[in-house]
Design a protein around this ligand. Structure first.
Ligand code: UDX
Length: 437
């Protein structure tokens, strides 16, 4: 099939590359010429394991091309996937839909042959129906330009696996033609047995926000238990391990710690609250406000632990921060809990040196007020407190004796439950963790 992908961010670039590898002819559009040049030259402009090799494979096949010309895209595609971002609006909990709306209104006037426009971006329920009307009004081919919704559940760090072997496909459609086109686009996945749920547009939009809300709730649930553990002398890691053995609960997304961040979970739950309120059903998702609050409180508690470890005052204290990315195996620092904590420590007068295996360039851009180092030993030199904020394997494997030799004081705060307290204490460190007395 001839597919186009509009927007070559994390989602779009991965989708375009994987679809070409699956055998489709793919034309991907972006207005960012530097990004297009990088991708066309075989460089992935973000960190995603395995994706550079897949991009090379796709480019070598001759089936993947890039353009900034929307008319070319309209003339080329049988199916157009819209993969633009929907960030949080400044000063509001709602989502900024300008990129998705802009993509559809730019494409529509050029659509002169029957085709299907498929939204993959995460949007408030009701957006697809509105876009379908826009499309029908603006496309020269009229209703022969259909609209469908196909939410994406891709996790950073697992982007290829989640695209080629997703847990499920959700196809939100309003016609047989739309369903058939999508089934053809995903034929190799369906043949491999990937479960597929065919729904209307609104349900497809909601599946995505409901899934992310559930995951966020699960994380905040265990972090709320961490607060109770801290107050009662219990240990949240043992509690989580015991809960996880009940297969009705399960251990995934039950990892206590500094909480969730990134470009999806935080803004998706806020946009969901906002949309539910617009629909007059705000009470149904009021608990998501608490989910967000619990998540934010973990950051405050981590700052408190570092302050306590520093003796009660952060002014002039050197803090080594291990981790900047919002999670390991990513260079993404959007709403990264680690950098938020680092910023707060800095604001209280600490001298903060951050180290991260992948996210330093992005962190430097968003947080120029912090200092950065190329290795944990360098970042820890002369530190009064070491704080582990993103659980990279490199940090889990640190030798407490070696690190202890370069710091000013052996005090460590582990906000991700990644270090063995026994080993660190044995090496002379004071160890404090989130979720334990
Ligand atoms: C998420 C969803 O998983 C994905 O389906 C969706 O399409 C996009 O949003 P992603 O943002 O890549 O993916 O990260 P994810 O692996 O879900 O982690 C989200 C955050 O939760 C991270 O900050 C992570 O550190 C945190 N987390 C995760 C926990 O704090 N505890 C856990 O047990 C699991």
């Amino acid at each position: 099939m001839r597919l186009t992908v509009i927007g070559t961010g994390y989602l779009g670039a991965t989708h375009a590359i994987c679809m070409a590898v699956l055998g489709h002819e793919v034309l991907a559009l972006d207005r960012d010429l530097d990004r297009l040049e990088a991708l066309a030259g075989g460089r992935v402009p973000f960190h995603e394991p395995g994706l550079p090799e897949m991009l090379r494979k796709a480019l070598d096949s001759g089936r993947l091309r890039f353009t900034d010309d929307v008319a070319e895209v309209a003339a080329f595609g049988d199916v157009h996937f819209v993969c633009t971002g929907t960030p949080q609006l400044p000063g509001s909990m709602g989502a900024d839909l300008s990129q998705v709306e802009g993509a559809v209104t730019a494409l529509a006037p050029h659509l002169e042959r029957p085709c299907l426009v498929v939204g993959k971006s995460t949007v408030p329920v009701g957006t697809a129906e509105r876009l379908a009307a826009t499309l029908a009004a603006l496309a020269p081919v009229g209703e022969a330009a259909g609209l469908a919704w196909n939410p994406e559940f891709l996790r950073e760090g697992h982007a290829i696996e989640d695209t080629l072997r997703p847990s499920r496909l959700v196809l939100g459609v309003t016609s047989d033609d739309a369903r058939e086109r999508l089934e053809a686009a995903f034929a190799p996945l369906l043949a491999a047995g990937v479960p597929c749920v065919v729904t209307d547009l609104a349900t497809a939009e909601l599946v995505k926000v409901a899934a992310n809300s559930f995951l966020a709730t699960k994380i905040s649930f265990i972090n709320a238990m961490a607060e109770v553990c801290e107050a009662s002398g219990a240990d949240v890691h043992q509690l989580a391990a015991a809960l996880a053995l009940d297969d009705r609960i399960g251990g995934r997304f039950l990892k206590p710690g500094l909480g969730f961040g990134g470009g999806c979970l935080p803004k998706d739950i806020r946009a969901f609250i906002h949309r539910a309120e617009e629909l007059g059903t705000g009470h149904s998702v009021r608990f998501l406000r608490e989910v967000d609050d619990i998540n934010q409180r973990r950051r405050g508690r981590t700052v408190e632990l570092v302050r306590e470890a520093a003796g009660g005052d952060l002014r002039g204290v050197r803090v080594c921060v291990l981790g900047a990315a919002f999670k390991p195996h990513s260079d993404d620092v959007r709403d990264a809990p680690a950098l938020d904590v680092a910023r707060r420590l800095h604001e209280e007068g600490a001298r903060v040196v951050v180290v991260d295996p992948q996210a330093l360039d992005n962190a430097r851009r968003t947080h120029p007020e912090l200092e950065y180092a190329g290795s944990a030993l360098e970042a820890a030199a002369g530190a009064h407190v070491v704080a582990l904020l993103t659980e990279w394997d490199q940090f889990r494997g640190l030798d407490p004796a070696r690190l202890g030799a370069v710091v000013e004081r052996r005090a460590v705060v582990d906000a991700r439950g990644a270090l063995d307290p026994v080993a660190w204490r044995a090496a002379g460190w004071t160890h404090r963790g989130l979720g334990a007395a």
